[in-house]
Design a protein around this ligand. Structure first.
Ligand SMILES: Nc1nc2c(ncn2[C@@H]2O[C@H](COP(=O)(O)OP(=O)(O)OP(=O)(O)O)[C@@H](O)[C@H]2O)c(=O)[nH]1
Length: 406
């Protein structure tokens, strides 16, 4: 019975190992640790193949290799986990060093304390490794794996179960010696049944984690501008929807910001420098807005900022942004002086619902157009009706004399 379970376990491990490897092959750049998990499965699968070939526990090169593979596999899985969470962790050298050290340790323990002690050492070290892994998983739940708490909790429970079984195996080896490992023993059947259960449950969970990460990355890519990493229009609308979904949502104000004479930057210094200017403007915007305000690049050299702190706050914010960009310097390789640029900003009326966004954008666009026509490098507040425009702009000048109006 135990041999049948071990045979099936080999099959699971090797099949899922191939599946992990195929997934890692498709992922190319960031493999999310799947290539390492594939290696882990291959190693554990091979260890169980050796155990089947070996029959009763004995002393042979195959048995030493089996134990070394069994001990190194959790370490390989741990490296895979770290890589999954974006921590570049070395694999080959540490695992080879561990394999060598453990092979030597087996020789010594076998020679000094006998064969049962070698098996007991594996069970004890495996239990300790599982405890360390559970601690690592619990730690990750509070940091890198905060968004995967449920999955991590499942891992912690499953790994803890294997740790407990290894600790029990260690104790049985101390009491019964090699007799504890006979295939007929009920404990052995339970042990391998649990291993099969683990191999069956963990593999789909791993695939689920990969899917989770990939769909998150896809959603983020669909909502962001690849050059500046700011929100794009789709991301901005989603964030606005979330804002207005709150019961106590403050009114929003659109600031439409356009870099002045940007074509000249491209024509004089080339598109690469133009791109660098766009990225620098994005950084300045991000660091100058207030917490909660939304910053997006909606196309070309045009940025949409949505202020979420009321009308007067938006005016002050627009002027702060204009000044920050006027003062910013973009170093150009090979050129003596850094590049400077200015922006013109059109401001909308406040709006209370997502449906008001397009109208607000049109108002800000009309104000921006007037700002460009009147000489650029200025903030212009828009107004829905042309008759109101002058009054609104007069209010802008009252609030802050530094604000220039059309
Ligand atoms: N480097 C770079 N240039 C871009 C990008 N998107 C649009 N542009 C350039 O932005 C420039 C926009 O030029 P215009 O619309 O004429 O406006 P402008 O020169 O900024 O003049 P005003 O807006 O009237 O002050 C064009 O030369 C576009 O090629 C981009 O992603 N990277």
């Amino acid at each position: 019975m135990a041999n049948l379970i071990v045979g099936l376990l080999c099959l699971y491990l090797l099949c899922f190992g191939v599946m992990f490897w195929l997934i890692s092959w498709r992922l190319e750049g960031n493999r999310l640790g799947m290539d390492v998990f594939a290696l882990g499965n291959a190693m554990l699968g091979l260890a169980y193949v050796l155990q089947l070939l070996e029959g009763l526990p004995g002393w042979s090169a195959a048995s030493v290799l089996n134990h070394t593979l069994t001990l190194c596999t959790p370490v390989v899985y741990a490296v895979g986990g770290l890589r999954f969470f974006g921590r570049p962790t070395p694999l080959l050298r540490p695992v080879l060093a561990l394999a060598l050290a453990y092979s030597v340790a087996q020789l010594l323990v076998h020679a000094l304390l006998g064969p049962a002690a070698r098996h007991a050492m594996l069970a004890l070290l495996s239990a300790l490794l599982m405890a360390a892994m559970v601690a690592g998983v619990l730690y990750a739940m509070r940091g890198v794996a905060r968004d995967l708490r449920l999955e991590m909790a499942l891992f912690a429970v499953l790994i803890a179960g294997l740790g407990v079984l290894n600790a029990a195996k260690f104790q049985r080896l101390l009491q019964l010696g090699l007799a504890a490992l006979e295939p007929g023993q009920r404990f052995q059947t339970v042990f391998y049944l649990y291993m099969s259960f683990l191999a069956t449950v963990l593999a789909p969970t791993m695939v689920w984690l990969v899917l989770h990460r990939l769909t998150d990355a896809l959603r983020a890519a669909a909502a962001h501008d690849p050059l500046t990493q700011l929100l794009n229009r789709r991301g901005l609308l989603a964030a606005l929807e979330q804002h207005f979904g709150q019961r106590t949502a403050a009114p929003a104000c659109v600031l439409l910001l356009d870099i002045d004479h940007f074509k000249r930057v491209n024509d004089t210094h080339g598109h690469r420098v133009g791109d660098e200017v766009l990225c620098q403007v994005a950084r300045t915007l991000r660091s100058t807005v207030r917490g909660g305000d939304l910053v997006s690049r909606t196309g070309g050299e045009e940025f949409v900022i949505v202020g979420l702190h009321g009308e007067a706050g938006a005016l002050a914010l627009a002027e702060r942004l204009r000044l920050a960009i006027e003062r910013q310097e973009v170093p150009i390789a090979g050129a003596g002086a850094p590049l400077r640029c200015t922006v013109t900003i059109g401001l909308s009326q406040p709006f209370q619902h997502l449906a008001g966004f397009d109208a607000a954008l049109q108002i800000a666009d009309a104000a921006l157009y007037r700002g460009k026509a009147d000489g650029r490098n200025r903030v212009v507040a828009g107004s829905p009706a042309p008759a109101d425009a002058e009054a609104t702009e007069a209010r802008v000048a009252d609030i802050d004399p530094a604000l220039r109006t059309a």
